[in-house]
Design a protein around this ligand. Structure first.
Ligand SMILES: [Zn+2]
Length: 65
């Protein structure tokens, strides 16, 4: 298998994101040496506001605001 585009998960809403598209659209964020991908600007901004909240194992990704 030569699958170079492993789908990524938006840590904020739980949506599956195509890393290539997210990268092209600038919807990525780096935190602790890891790159995260987002479905949209809202999720990226939410994440950058409070990374720890969204990376907490107890956080359940959801579309709710
Ligand atoms: Zn999202």
């Amino acid at each position: 298998m030569t699958d170079t585009t492993t789908p990524a998960m938006d840590p904020v809403c739980g949506m599956t994101v195509d890393p290539d598209k997210a990268h092209a659209a600038g919807l990525t964020s780096e935190y602790n040496g890891q790159t995260y991908f987002f479905c949209g600007k809202g999720c990226k901004l939410d994440f950058e506001e409070d990374q720890a909240k969204y990376l907490d194992p107890g956080y359940k990704p959801s579309m709710e605001m």
